[in-house]
Ligand binder design. Structure first.
Ligand SMILES: *Cc1c(COP(=O)(O)O)cnc(C)c1O
Length: 479
């Protein structure tokens, strides 16, 4: 704090006396449109905050009286209002190359799901009401038949996410008992989901068998004892064990489980409902194949390869699903009507496999032809080059996208996009970060990634309908 008693203090007091009265500024012509747009209360709050900030600056010797004119105050307040009223949840351009990006909200939903959600948002719905009998219904019934039809399972239930599905399954079927899992399958997903932790939260005891790279059927066999409740398999969603390896498949494990009177649960993670190989994508066991291989329960996410809303699906044997649904955690982990409406709409698309590739957004993005992305790159290149300026070179280049969200971790999809490098082959230091930050600060933030001395903007997830908006935003930031 500076001394405010001497000459400096007098000066400061004189400066402070120049701060106009709030009432007068609010009554000025400049503030009329702000009050009309944002209302008196918010405008007044922001004017006070602006003046407080000016006073703080003045005390630090950093303020000028020029900032106190009505015009300058109007400008400052309007910036504050715009920032303050901007919603915190914002849509972005995902140019990371990761289609199912957990931090960017995973699967994008098709229009059918959007319409279904809008309907239940604004109108009452039969969430737990049986329209045939007029009696109370079960919310799972809205999607059960569809899930069973698409997976070949006897029964199903839906919870908040797949982590919840696993937690609930273990809590209901293995409290104070042992669950046998291969050491090669003790996954951690996104930092917070770890099989050993979920196991202890559920009150079950993890019984690890085999080694990281090799687990044999006899390892499971020898570990079974009177306290065993479940044999469990977990999909290695975000890593691959390669080389000298041995994994016991569900089909191999199921007969042993049956012989010993134990259920097999498989946490599939992504849980795709169709064979992706038909679209040239890497093959992944489908939920139906896993059920047919003898899994008694299968858990998977709604917003990974399935392409729906955040949800966790548990499918399998009727008696086991009934037991799971009776557990008190089911009530705590249940989904709301928005999720059910979106999930039903997405699942319905699977009934027409021939149109799935165009209608299911996730699949459409994963199978987008490289040519479409290359042409988009060529159309966008000039605008991005103008935005970044001569110090940078913007090029159209082939690159590789990822499916993301732990689906098929080692496979990459040939893609196309734009790269930004320092012009003249110079090594880029913090300057690329500046471009990356500028893109991220746009009204609709653009999210790319910096790697190997370049900023990479993968165009797989920028579909044609969004391209004009993307270019217009770049041009708005031009030169
Ligand atoms: C993704 C994943 C989960 C967690 O699913 P959420 O829907 O994100 O809760 C659990 N297990 C496996 C194997 C996964 O791949």
């Amino acid at each position: 704090m500076s001394d405010v008693t001497g000459g400096e203090g007098r000066e400061l007091r004189a400066l402070m006396a120049r701060v106009p009265s709030v009432e007068r500024v609010m009554a000025s012509a400049v503030f009329e449109p702000l009050i009309a747009d944002y209302g008196r209360t918010q405008t007044l709050t922001m004017l006070r905050a602006t003046l407080d900030a000016w006073r703080t600056d003045a005390q630090a010797g950093r303020a000028s009286v020029d900032a106190l004119t009505d015009t300058m105050l109007g400008h400052a307040v309007s910036l504050r209002l715009a920032k303050h009223t901007q919603s915190r949840v914002r849509s972005v351009f995902n140019l990371t190359g990761t289609v199912l990006h957990t931090n960017l909200g995973r699967a994008l939903l098709p229009d059918e799901a959007v319409r279904a959600v809008a309907d239940v948002l604004t109108r009452p719905a039969n969430l737990e009401f049986d329209l045939d009998t007029g009696a109370r219904g079960d919310r799972d019934d809205l999607v059960n038949d569809l899930i069973c039809e698409l997976t070949g399972a006897e029964a199903a239930t839906v919870v908040n996410n797949n982590a919840a599905a696993v937690l609930l399954t273990l809590s209901a079927l293995a409290p104070r008992k042992e669950v046998i899992v291969s050491r090669g399958e003790l996954v951690e997903i996104g930092g917070a989901f770890r099989i050993p932790d979920i196991m202890s939260r559920a009150g079950a005891k993890l019984r690890e068998v085999g080694t990281t790279n090799r687990t044999h059927l006899k390892d499971y066999d020898e570990a079974i004892n009177a306290k065993t409740a479940l044999l469990m398999k977990v999909h290695c969603s975000n890593y691959a064990v390669t080389g000298f390896t041995k994994e016991v498949t569900t089909a191999e494990l199921a007969p042993l489980a049956r012989e010993r009177g134990l259920p097999v649960a498989v946490d599939l993670g992504s849980g795709t409902l169709v064979d992706l190989a038909q679209w040239g994508l890497p093959r992944e066991a489908t939920v139906r194949e896993t059920v047919e291989a003898g899994a008694d329960l299968v858990t998977f996410s709604g917003d990974k390869l399935l392409g729906g809303p955040q949800a966790g699906l548990i499918v399998g044997r009727k008696d086991l699903i009934a037991k799971i649904k009776k557990h008190p955690l089911k009530r705590a982990l249940r989904v709301g009507k928005l999720t059910l409406a979106a999930l039903e709409a997405v699942l319905r698309l699977y009934r027409s496999p021939e149109t799935l590739q165009t209608r299911l957004t996730t699949l459409r993005l994963l199978t987008r032809p490289a040519d479409a992305m290359r042409l988009a790159a060529e159309r966008i290149q000039p605008a991005l080059q103008r935005m970044t300026g001569d110090a940078f070179a913007v090029a159209c280049e082939p690159m590789f996208s990822q499916i993301g969200s732990g689906a098929l971790p080692v496979d990459v999809l040939p893609s196309y996009g734009l790269t930004v490098r320092l012009a003249g082959g110079k090594r880029a230091g913090g300057q690329l970060n500046r471009i990356e930050k500028k893109l991220r600060a746009m009204p609709r933030p653009v999210i790319g990634r910096i790697a190997d001395g370049a900023l990479w903007l993968d165009l797989r997830c920028l579909e044609e309908f969004d391209e004009a908006a993307f270019i217009a935003q770049l041009e708005g930031e031009g030169a």
